[in-house]
Design a protein around this ligand. Sequence first.
Ligand SMILES: C[S@@+](CC[C@H](N)C(=O)[O-])C[C@H]1O[C@@H](n2cnc3c(N)ncnc32)[C@H](O)[C@@H]1O
Length: 188
Amino acid sequence: MDLVEEVVLVAGRDLVLRRPRDAEDLVDDAAFGADEFLPYWAQLWPSGTALAQAVAIRSLGGRRVVEVGCGLGLAALGAAMAGARVLATDWAPGALALLEDNARANGLEVETLRVDWTAPAPLLARGPFDLVLAADVLYERRAVAPLADLLPRLGGEVLLADPGRPPLDEFLERVGTVWSRPPLHRLR
Ligand SMILES: C[S@@+](CC[C@H](N)C(=O)[O-])C[C@H]1O[C@@H](n2cnc3c(N)ncnc32)[C@H](O)[C@@H]1O
């Protein structure tokens, strides 16, 4: 993989993040044919940065945190910075391997699990979690039903970051919120 290094300032600390130079290079026609898989994991999305900033300033010592659809996993790294025990999940194995490398390179610990949120039994078996994180996971309408079912079942506090994509309103109507300060929403 052709990787570039990016420095991201999170809660006053420089995190060095290696990511694919161009996500387009990773498009695989066979994977797209099988499950409309596109390598969205390979980009750093603004919602992931916003969520990382929000959790990194918390005091999460010893808390169990899970990130769903972690991609490059900046929010998971932010939670690890705050002292949490973090499980980062995605269906893309490349994302998880790179996140493990990035965590190590930054002196942080993040466990990973490959799981598809439409078949979440292995993830539910690892719960419950104190804090559930998800950033920019509602970019397709097909994600609304499985995530509306899954996220509230994973733990106590659920934080979603979303840039206001079209499926967001339907999703929030289904699950309800405790508060919304876009791009962040705490789910009920
Ligand atoms: C737009 S990216 C956001 C990545 C990261 N959270 C961020 O904000 O930078 C969406 C992520 O959801 C993951 N994803 C999409 N469908 C999934 C599924 N059915 N199960 C698990 N992960 C999925 C993708 O692989 C990708 O990493």
